[in-house]
Write a protein that binds this ligand. Structure first.
Ligand SMILES: Cc1cc2nc3c(=O)[nH]c(=O)nc-3n(C[C@H](O)[C@H](O)[C@H](O)COP(=O)(O)OP(=O)(O)OC[C@H]3O[C@@H](n4cnc5c(N)ncnc54)[C@H](O)[C@@H]3O)c2cc1C
Length: 395
């Protein structure tokens, strides 16, 4: 049996970040993915400023015009109606996951991570701190990191299920042919669905059009996606394949692991419930999981890794909690006309939105700037989840 300090399951941005950071810390690491890269992953692939920083810190990679389209043009929409068109204060950078994820994984492998692509896990042998692969190979670990996406088999193994079906998000997306340039405008439609939004992102070779919301709110998301595609792309969208995937919109694992088994990225539910952004948190949490693993292994107490990791990502959990509360302002009927008006006119709200994506502000800072009257009404809510869902959860 080969044994590593850290074994990472899943080679998306969270897994490759964990593997790359493990090598930077001098740990032996194996990275396992059932897919062989390059592989597709449904995603708008808007890499925020915060995501760029994580990519730079962990991989030493910068965004570059060969792989990313840069544009500042933005439109805010409301059920098809354009409310405002303007330039964002920062470059927005768009790419393709098939390419980004492959590059990140190559960096981790070049740094010495052992590569187990195209490999399925057959069984978990917790007592022996080992995994058995489909071909019978046994791999031992000091700490195991599940970075295996929203439907995480590692989370299923330790918690019995990967996500709460009442709270999980679902998104549909389509790639509409036709390359874009720096003058191409992205748009976000804040009312094309309830408790979610639609996006139309310019890319080097296509436009990525999609929408997402909380799955259990029963609102025929697929039908709405077909209408939205028609609205945004017209004839160019005819016959284009629509695909769907889970996205954990704000529902994260309060305890992100068990003993020496940790969860990172989507497997830990680390997606912003307002912006839908997950790439930055995936990379940050992958790196933090390994830092916690290194600390626990050094102390000779691998089982303390979950507690150490939880402390390290408390700042992410705090932000997700605040976003979950604030989305009442964004989505609930009670504030709908005020929110629409602010989208059309408020330079402050616009700046806050892009500062958040750039990592230049936090929800905590934004919360402090919200007028007391609105903050009070938001605070009256028992939970950050939609009232219909909240009622069902209270039961
Ligand atoms: C439609 C859509 C649009 C989005 N748009 C954006 C956006 O524009 N910007 C943004 O920041 N975020 C966006 N997100 C969120 C973002 O895609 C995720 O947060 C991000 O992919 C999380 O990365 P990850 O590494 O945790 O998981 P993933 O990227 O899902 O990687 C998980 C890996 O685990 C592997 N795996 C799964 N099961 C196994 C198994 N049994 N054994 C081995 N390997 C396994 C998979 O093959 C995969 O490679 C979007 C999500 C969706 C669904």
């Amino acid at each position: 049996m080969k044994t590593y300090d850290v074994v990472v399951v899943g080679a998306g941005p969270a897994g490759s970040s964990a593997a790359r950071r493990a090598r930077a810390l001098g740990l032996s690491v194996a990275v396992i993915d059932r897919a062989t890269f390059p592989r597709h992953k449904l995603c708008g692939a808007l890499l925020s400023g915060r995501g760029q920083k994580a990519m730079r810190d962990i991989f030493g990679l910068e965004v570059d015009p060969e792989h990313f389209l840069y544009s500042r043009k933005v439109a805010f929409k409301w059920d098809g109606e354009t409310l405002a068109e303007f330039d964002a204060p920062y470059d927005l950078t768009y790419t393709y996951r098939v390419d980004l994820d492959h590059r990140l994984l190559r960096e981790a492998i070049a740094a010495g991570a052992e590569d187990y692509q195209g490999t399925r896990i057959e069984t978990f042998d917790d007592a022996a701190n080992a995994l058995v692969l489909a071909d019978g190979t046994r791999i031992g670990y000091g700490v195991l990191i599940g970075a295996d996406g929203a439907a995480s088999p590692v989370a299923r193994h330790i918690f019995g299920r990967a996500f709460d079906p009442d709270k999980i998000g679902f998104a549909f997306e389509a790639e509409v042919p036709g390359g874009c340039d720096a003058d191409a405008r992205m748009s976000i439609d804040f009312r094309i669905v309830n408790w979610g939004y639609g996006w139309n992102f310019p890319k080097l070779d296509t436009r990525t059009i999609g929408l997402g919301s909380i799955r259990s709110l029963d609102q025929d998301l697929k039908g709405k996606m077909a209408q939205y595609l028609d609205l945004e792309a017209g004839a160019a969208g005819e016959g284009v394949k629509i695909k769907g995937a889970h996205i954990p919109l704000g529902d994260y694992q309060k305890v992100p692991g068990r003993g020496n088994i940790l969860l990172a990225g989507d497997a830990a539910g680390l997606v912003d419930g307002i912006t839908g952004e997950g790439l930055a948190y995936a990379m940050e949490s992958g790196a933090e999981a390994v830092a916690a693993a290194a600390e626990a292994l050094k102390a000779g107490k691998p089982a303390t890794a979950t507690g150490l990791y939880r402390k390290r990502i408390r700042y992410i959990h705090t932000e997700l909690d605040k976003a979950n509360k604030l989305r009442h302002f964004e989505y609930s009927d009670r504030f709908s006309s005020l929110f629409k008006e602010k989208l059309a006119t408020s330079l402050t709200m616009r700046k806050a939105f892009f500062d958040l994506l750039a990592g230049e502000t936090t929800y905590s800072a934004i919360e402090r700037r919200i007028p007391k009257q609105i903050a009070g009404k938001i605070a009256e809510k028992m939970t950050g989840w939609p009232s219909k869902l909240a009622g069902r959860l209270r039961g």
